[in-house]
Design a protein around this ligand. Structure first.
Ligand SMILES: [Zn+2]
Length: 106
């Protein structure tokens, strides 16, 4: 299930790159993919580039829609009105950290 989430994270990185490329301003939102543990979930979450960047600052942190939370593999970090932040725990967290697209760029 973590493979799915890291895959969506890769896709979201591209959404974010495209947004930055086209000069998205602070207030404009992009449709990022929900990064929950359900491989069939294709819901989108509107986020600004700044919101997305702060979520991505922690490689074990994922953005999901409210209630798209799997307590077996993650802990709840914060609940926002439009999205929740979850953190991978145990092996799933290590795996997520290893595959972090941002750490590869440095
Ligand atoms: Zn979802």
């Amino acid at each position: 299930m973590t493979e799915n989430e890291t895959l969506f994270r890769e896709v979201n990185e591209r959404v974010d790159d495209t947004a930055t490329h086209f000069g998205a301003n602070e207030k404009s939102t992009q449709e990022y993919f929900c990064e929950c543990a359900n491989p069939d979930c294709t819901f989108r979450i509107p986020l600004t580039h700044a919101q997305y960047t702060s979520i991505r600052a922690d490689p074990t942190q994922f953005v999901v829609l409210p209630l798209h939370f799997t307590p077996e593999v993650e802990t709840l970090v914060t609940k926002d009105e439009d999205y929740w932040l979850v953190r991978k725990t145990g092996e799933a967290g290590d795996y997520a950290e290893k595959l972090d697209p941002r750490s590869r760029k440095h």
